[in-house]
Write a protein that binds this ligand. Structure first.
Ligand code: T4K
Length: 369
């Protein structure tokens, strides 16, 4: 029998039968969207699960990022990382703000706090770092820099569902954090996302902005957008949440197996989590140094594809290499030497709870053969 292709990820689906009662309730109530019952329940349940006070659901992470910048009225220039999914910088661009790229740390691949200050200009109003692969940024250093220069910090936490530092949610840092619940994420609502804020007033502004700016039937307080999550998606989220601890545990088992089989080989490196981090095992990026390992990242990528195994080069090319951004002064190769190297070495391996251990062994064999 022909084997199914293996993709970089696969959503963990609950039993369809378990979803039917939710659908029946939605059908019965005819309440499909706009802050319905399941929407409210999911916001409360996520606050509890994630250990945060205020969370606003969104239709996706990109609109949540765009709205986060609107919420804080960010203008001028925003310092960000080129090593991320392109939506991070697009959100800045869609707000008419100039992105300023800053290099990343070689060890953790998050924004290099040592290089942020030299990117600040009189026009800088905010920093938009990314907890890449769910590994937290240097949050303490970034907070200090932001305080010193009077800047806001919005974290792109799209990979960081459930991640903690020293027992505290990573979503507690910065003025706002943004999650994605896309089908490829650890926790999913098909499409979806959220903004985490720290006070009721800000949460209210976020909620107005994601609903066209309506404060009530006759009052529009700002030029908002439509970025609401529907009842079907919210219900799916409630069901997903029931198995999330199991999902993360299974991801860890697969993650550990990759590391056991591949660790210690010259020219192959894994991303180490910062100390005191509780990870979510969202991704397993492997960094291949061609000169030392003797085989390039692209050769391994192609060898795997020949076997219908679709590892992904997250995140290559750098955002700064795309036509919309490559002419910015901060996009130059000289400004981003670490990110330029890392993006040529990285390959994210398939990782999801239902991935067969035999397939992991096969993937490792293809890499090392
Ligand atoms: N910030 C960061 C740091 C992000 O990583 C993202 C999204 C965002 C912001 C924006 O959040 P959203 O607006 O998306 O909520 C995927 C996702 O579409 C994207 O959400 C994600 N980051 C990015 C890292 O990965 P693609 O273009 O690589 O997806 P795609 O369609 O190639 O899917 C990858 C694999 O996943 C497929 O080969 C098979 C599997 N898959 C995919 C889908 C959609 C499934 O098994 N089922 C599915 O339904 O971008």
């Amino acid at each position: 029998m022909k084997k199914e292709p293996i993709y970089v990820t696969q959503p963990s689906m609950p039993e369809l039968d378990d979803f039917i009662p939710y659908l029946k309730e939605i059908w019965g109530s005819k309440w499909l969207t706009n802050n319905g019952k399941f929407h409210k329940q999911l916001e409360d349940s996520l606050c509890e699960y994630l250990g945060v006070k205020y969370l606003s659901l969104f239709s996706n992470g990109t609109l949540a990022l765009i709205t986060a910048l609107q919420t804080l009225r960010i203008t001028g220039e925003v310092i960000t990382t080129p090593f991320s999914f392109v939506a991070t910088t697009h959100a800045i661009h869609w707000n008419g703000i100039k992105p300023v790229f800053c290099d990343i740390e070689p060890e953790f691949m998050t924004l290099d706090a040592d290089k942020i200050e030299s990117a600040i200009t009189p026009k800088t109003t905010a920093i938009l770092p990314v907890h890449i692969y769910g590994n937290p940024c240097n949050v303490d250093r970034i907070s200090k820099i932001a305080d010193t220069y009077g800047l806001k910090v919005i974290y792109d936490a799209c990979h960081a569902f459930g991640v903690e530092i020293n027992g505290k949610s990573v979503l507690e840092f910065g003025e706002l954090s943004v999650l994605s619940f896309h089908a490829t994420k650890v926790f999913t609502t098909f499409e979806g996302g959220a903004i985490i804020s720290h006070d009721e007033k800000t949460k209210k502004r976020v909620d107005f902005l994601k609903n066209f700016g309506f404060a009530d039937e006759e009052t529009v307080v700002a030029p908002g957008i439509n970025a609401k999550m529907s009842e079907v998606q919210s219900a799916f989220g409630l069901l997903q949440l029931k198995s999330i601890n199991d999902v993360i545990l299974k991801r860890k088992e697969k993650y550990d197996l990759y590391r056991k089989l591949l660790e210690g080989r010259d020219g192959i490196r894994f991303l180490d989590y910062r100390t005191s981090v509780k990870p979510n095992y969202a991704y397993i990026p492997v960094f291949i140094n061609e000169k030392v390992f003797g085989k390039s990242r692209d050769k391994i990528y192609n060898d795997l594809r020949d076997e219908e195994i679709y590892a992904r080069k997250y995140f290559y090319p750098l955002i700064s290499q795309f036509p919309s951004y490559k002419n910015l002064p901060s996009a130059s190769k000289e400004n981003l030497p670490v990110a330029e190297d890392i993006c040529r070495e990285v390959l994210c391996m398939p990782l999801y709870p239902n991935l067969d251990n035999k397939d992991i062994k096969k993937i490792v064999d293809i890499i090392i053969k």
